[in-house]
Design a protein. Structure first.
Length: 236
């Protein structure tokens, strides 16, 4: 779905700002219809499901595999082709985790799903490590969810546009989040008021044929955030 502007979660109040698409948590297998009914009642449509975020002690486990497969199956039932998640693992775990991601990529491919890994440490948080992970995984159904605010938060001196240029071909979704630009500073202001160059991000991804979605995360003042993004041409 090209150039869709969405939000992580939210209710009917999103409609006041012209937002009807959302990323939501993957439901349990027996809760899919309930979630669909709830979204319909609110006038919203899910464009991505959040699969279980994984830490060092949970990634590449049988439980993790089952959780992700359940999320893939829920996505199929809901007519969604995007599952977003995060893996946190140290460098020593990379071979094991990337082998596991290949297996999950096969499961996703069988269902017409693409997995988008968020820019979190320590395997995807900047271009250098993300490229290593993409090369080692080498699966067309395992890609990147680019969080614009995470880049300068997790990597000292990094810039969202500069890093994006190096990995843009792997990005299948974007979390739009602003940041102060200062390393390790928990300061994510209203979109358009921080250091992130959203116009630059949009230009880089459009140059490689990015189809979206653009998903707001921690937008701050929603009215102001949406107005800023719309002024730059984000979203339908």
């Amino acid at each position: 779905m090209a150039n869709v502007l969405a939000n992580i979660g939210g209710g009917a109040e999103l409609l006041e700002h012209g937002i009807r698409y959302v990323q939501v948590g993957a439901p349990e297998p027996d809760k899919v219809e309930e979630l669909q009914a709830d979204l319909k009642a609110k006038g919203l449509q899910a464009i991505g499901l959040t699969a279980l975020y994984l830490e060092e002690d949970t990634v590449a486990t049988e439980a993790a595999s089952q959780a992700w497969v359940n999320a893939f199956d829920a996505a199929v039932k809901m007519g969604i082709d995007l599952a977003l998640s995060s893996i946190k693992a140290d460098e020593e775990m990379r071979p094991k985790v990337c082998d596991w991601l290949k297996t999950m990529g096969d499961e996703a491919a069988q269902r017409g799903i693409t997995v988008a890994l968020e820019t979190h440490p320590s395997l995807v948080h900047n271009a250098e490590v993300a490229l290593k992970t993409m090369d080692a995984t080498d699966h067309p159904n395992v890609r990147i969810n680019y969080d614009t605010g995470n880049i300068s938060f997790y990597t000292d001196g990094a810039d969202a546009v500069t890093e994006l240029k190096k990995i843009a071909q792997y990005v299948v979704s974007a979390h739009l989040k602003d940041h102060s630009g200062n390393f390790d500073e928990w300061d994510f202001p209203t979109l358009g008021t921080g250091a992130v160059d959203f116009a630059g991000v949009k230009g880089v991804l459009e140059d490689v044929g990015f189809q979206g979605p653009w998903i707001m995360q921690a937008p701050g003042d929603m009215k102001q955030a949406v107005a800023h993004l719309r002024s730059l041409g984000f979203g339908q």
